[in-house]
Design a binder for this molecule. Structure first.
Ligand code: ZN
Length: 104
């Protein structure tokens, strides 16, 4: 298995996890509010935390999708600034990197 194939399968695994988490958060947020007012206030706070987590998960999903589409297009190892090659070691450490070390 080449390094890129390995990174790709790790990204796909991570994408599955995040999609699952984002879906759970979505379900949680769309639950109808409780009749009890005081409990409602607490739930409102929880919702804010959940929305924050959800936004982070969505941002990461976008980064993973970008990385995966670059792998598909064969440009994953190409720096988006100088068009030089991004070392695989860097991509292993930072799978969402789009630039080489010099351009980062
Ligand atoms: Zn570069």
């Amino acid at each position: 298995m080449s390094d890129i194939v390995k990174i790709k399968s790790e990204l796909e695994e991570k994408l599955r996890e995040l999609t699952e988490r984002a879906k759970e958060i979505d379900d949680e947020l769309s639950e109808p509010p409780d009749a009890d007012w005081s409990e409602n206030a607490v739930e409102g706070e929880n919702d804010e935390v959940l929305e924050g987590v959800g936004a982070l998960a969505l941002a990461e999903i976008q980064k993973i999708n970008l990385a995966l589409s670059k792998i598909e297009a064969g440009t994953y190892e190409t720096c988006s600034k100088c068009k030089g090659k991004i070392p695989v070691k860097r991509l292993e450490a930072l799978p969402y990197a789009t630039t080489c070390i010099k351009c980062a």
